[in-house]
Structure formats: structure tokens, C-alpha cells
Design a protein around this ligand. Structure first.
Ligand SMILES: [Zn+2]
Length: 197
């Protein structure tokens, strides 16, 4: 334990996801011992991100405007929508450069244990987007784990009544893993080999 604000800062970093007590201490001492570290830039960015960044009114991706850069891009194919759990998955798929359609961010996955049902996700918003008949294919790119599979199954049944092709990313993705941690090649291949549900 350290005195006062040093410990406060360590505790605060330690509350962030993926940062344990040791990393929190390392980050804190890096800041303390590195005069060149730009503290004001970091604090300014933290405040700005909070203030300016919101979620796209169409797809739910992070955006500094009402609509994200992908939804605003006229070169994207509006006939294909890729459904993901998180905005982080959008970034992961964009890195593969395999996909030129639009996205729909659910904001999580169905998980009865955690009390998350379809109503807690942006499922109704997805159905609204599909209503006008523009979309020809929905690619379900939820995580290859229990919750992601349950969500994919639920969505594929829900979309059955619509005349839309529903596909799921091919295997090759590590089962039980997170999409955002898949390497670009694996994720790219999974896209190419997606199968119809
Ligand atoms: Zn968007």
C-alpha cells in the first residue's frame, strides 16, 4: 500500500478491465517516473471521449456523430448486414478488409445466467432495419462461445420468416473465444467460408 493519491490512482487503474494490481502499479509508476508522459493529453482525451463519443443511431457502433463513418459511407453495400455483439467486433472485422457491407451491434449476447434476454439487446432495431427489403443477407458474427451460439440460434429462427439469407461465420475461430481476439487471417477466412443457417 502507498500513501494517499498514489494508492488512489493504483486502485483506479486496477478497476479497469484486464488490469490487475501489478499492472495498475506499473502504470502508476510509469506516469510518476516519466516526465515526458503527457498527463494533460490523456486526461483531455478521457474527458473528450466521454463527452463526444456516442453510439450510431443506425448500427450501434461508436461514433462522434449521429451516424458512424461506416453507415455514412456510400461505398458500403447496404444489402448485407453483419450482426456482432460489440463495437469492438466491428473494429476486428474491419481490420480483415473482407467485409464491405454494414453492421449491426447487438450490445451483448443472450445469457440466461446473467439475465440477458433478446429484449436487452438491439434485436428490435435489427428487425426494423430489415423491414424495407433492402437487406439480402444477414451474417451472424456473434462470438463462438455458449452465449454467442445461443444468440445466433435465436436470430436465425427469428429471421426464418423473412426472405433473407442468414449465414454464420465458418469454424476455424477458436471455440469459447472472443471475436475481437481472433487474428485477422482466421477471421478473414471465417468470413469467406460462412455457411447458410
Ligand atoms: Zn453506424
Amino acid at each position: 500500500m502507498y500513501d494517499g493519491i498514489v494508492q488512489d490512482l493504483i486502485d483506479e487503474f486496477g478497476r479497469l478491465p484486464g488490469i490487475g494490481p501489478k499492472s495498475a502499479q506499473r502504470i502508476t509508476f510509469h506516469i510518476l517516473q516519466t516526465p515526458a508522459f503527457d498527463v494533460s493529453r490523456l486526461s483531455q482525451l478521457l474527458a473528450e471521449v466521454r463527452e463526444k463519443v456516442r453510439f450510431c443511431e443506425i448500427c450501434g457502433n461508436v461514433s462522434e456523430q449521429d451516424r458512424c463513418s461506416i453507415c455514412r459511407d456510400p461505398r458500403r453495400n447496404p444489402q448485407v448486414i453483419c450482426v456482432v455483439e460489440d463495437a469492438k467486433d466491428v473494429a476486428a472485422i474491419e481490420r480483415t478488409r473482407e467485409f464491405r457491407g454494414l453492421y449491426h451491434v447487438l450490445g451483448g449476447a443472450i445469457s440466461p445466467i446473467d439475465g440477458v434476454g433478446p429484449d436487452d439487446l438491439r434485436v428490435a432495431e435489427l428487425m426494423t432495419r430489415l423491414a424495407d427489403g433492402t437487406v439480402q443477407e444477414v451474417i451472424i458474427a456473434t462470438n463462438p462461445n455458449l452465449e454467442g451460439e445461443a444468440t445466433a440460434t435465436y436470430l436465425s429462427r427469428l429471421l426464418l420468416s423473412l426472405q433473407i439469407r442468414v449465414t454464420r461465420l465458418a469454424s476455424g475461430l477458436p471455440v469459447g473465444g472472443d471475436l475481437e481476439y481472433a487474428d485477422e487471417v482466421t477471421l478473414g477466412r471465417a468470413f469467406e467460408g460462412r455457411r447458410t443457417l
